[in-house]
Design a protein around this ligand. Sequence first.
Ligand code: PLP
Length: 389
Amino acid sequence: MFSSRTDWNTTPNRLSSLAAEKRLRGESIIDLTESNPTQCEFSYPSKEILSALTEPSIVSYQPEPRGLLSARKAIAEYYAVHGIAITPEQIILTSSTSEAYSFLFKLLCNVGDEIVVPQPSYPLFEYLCQLNDITLRQYRLAYDGEWHIDFASLQAQFSHRTRAIVLVHPNNPTGSYLKQNEFDQICSLASEHHSSLIADEVFGPYDMSPDVHCANILTSQSFVPLFSLNGISKLLGLPQLKLSWIVVDGNLQQRDEALNRLDIIADTFLSVNTPVQVALPKLLRCSSDIGNQIRLRIQTNYRLLQKVFADSSTSVLRVEGGWYSILQLPQKYSDDYWAEEILTHQNILIQPGHFFDMEQKSCIVISLLSVSDLFDDALLRLQRFIEEK
Ligand SMILES: Cc1ncc(COP(=O)(O)O)c(C=O)c1O
């Protein structure tokens, strides 16, 4: 009755079942996987957000495949402030980054074609590929005190069916930015293999320190087709408003053709609601306020993490940016065992590293968004529990 592409195992995993049972019993759980910024006690400028969403022009519908020009102009201005020159014509609005990936997979891939994504990375890639009937291949990120692309593993993933290389900048959950020399090498590889580049830059503004030598993807004048993804779910901490975008850049000859085809894909769905498009220019003006609060929180929490686990049997892996951190726990137990024990005995929810396809043993992933007092308290309990175990 159902398609084989949706033939998933829908049974909840042991960790989710355990958490659900505890919640049913009324136990309170400290959720260190919380990555929904609206649940992390940031002080949102609610008045400004609500006023932006009640502009009179929201009652008029103008079905524009790329999105309203006023919204795209505001995005181009946002980039201009950051020294990146793009035109509103290079921008396509989507209702989420996932939808942006889906549009690009439809643009670039035939059934059975391949894309390569980093490993470890964002678990949704598997589903996005299955839903678009394409094959996921992974290139390795190696850790030696900082994360690097393993170019031998990337080279090994190419086949005549490779259509795109995905770069997550900074990556979730490794928190590593792509470096300029890595980006330059990737452009050469993509050109050699006639592949496009998809750069997911949703966590871009959330750096831990300004001296990270990260690649400037949109100012690099890439000679291969380049699609940069961004959106307000992370930039403004407003995932509920559902607005993301694709910047089409790189190889000039193919740029117009890509945009024309994306127009038709976007026109088929017209999925971005009018109120958020009308509101965007005003919303982007709040970006520094919310963004600064989030940046300060993740920087504070990362410092707390380093302090609590200094001189312990747990290592805190280096984070350059993004909202997550990876801890490597003593390797006498697996990541799954650690996660279940921590939840069972401490009522603290974390994610085992294999959820993100981590090859490093006994790693757990935590979000850095939680309120710092709560975070600090949970870390101290976690540290004590791990040492005593
Ligand atoms: C790397 C990365 N890209 C994209 C997204 C999703 O963004 P959106 O809410 O715009 O679909 C996430 C969500 O956590 C993410 O981790």
